[in-house]
Write a protein that binds this ligand. Structure first.
Ligand code: IMP
Length: 200
């Protein structure tokens, strides 16, 4: 079984990706499981730059195929902020109920048609030898008028998906994974890896 590192400290992401990759002969392991404890500085200005940087640095240390992702929320009315700065927006340690309330406040008089937003996820895979593959997934929505839902994390309680009539924080985890930016990017990456690595 081929081991692939997913460059994250988030165990939930490892579980999600192993579920998506379950029909391939690969085992996706965390950095911790691979015995790697480094913090890659995410100083890129695009999701793609950050994802590639993380994947490449960890591949160079581990010598194993390495995947990494970078994601965030783009709000059109705020010129696509917080974007790549989603985690750091209003301060890394500021609780999301405060960040989300502040965004709702900034947007309180903004009409529906100008509340468009999307979650974006870019996944990069660095293959020893130097090849880099990237895939991108997005989910479109609008910024709601109130904080709603207990599931998910981050900006989910204010991200309303009109087709489903609810925020991504109101969705069950499997439902969110099946339509989310990260789920889409991961499934595209799986197809790319099958092409690149053959029948694993
Ligand atoms: P990361 O690149 O996965 O660490 O995500 C960066 C930041 O983007 C997170 O800390 C959240 O603020 C935001 N974000 C990314 N994906 C989601 C999501 O699915 N729901 C809510 N917030 C998200």
């Amino acid at each position: 079984m081929t081991k692939i590192i997913f460059a994250t400290k988030n165990k939930g992401k490892i579980k999600e990706i192993n579920a998506i990759m379950s029909d391939m002969n690969v085992e996706v392991i965390s950095m911790e499981e691979a015995g790697i404890n480094v913090d890659v500085v995410e100083d890129g200005t695009t999701f793609q730059e950050n994802a590639i940087k993380k994947a490449r640095e960890i591949m160079e240390i581990s010598g194993l195929i390495t995947m990494a992702d970078d994601s965030g929320l783009e709000i059109d009315y705020l010129d696509k902020a917080p974007g790549v700065y989603s985690a750091r927006y209003m301060g890394e340690d500021t609780p999301y109920n405060i960040k989300n309330s502040k965004i709702l406040d900034i947007m309180k008089d903004v009409p529906e048609e100008k509340r468009t937003a999307r979650f974006v996820s870019v996944i990069a895979t660095a293959i020893p030898g130097g090849k880099i593959i990237t895939t991108k997934g997005t989910i479109e929505g609008i910024i709601g008028h109130e904080i709603k839902g207990e599931n998910g994390f981050g900006y989910d309680p204010i991200f309303f998906v009109p087709e489903y009539g609810m925020t991504t924080a109101e969705m069950a985890p499997e439902q969110k994974n099946s339509i989310s930016h990260r789920g889409k990017a991961l499934r595209l990456m799986k197809d790319e890896l099958k092409k690149e690595l053959g029948d694993l």
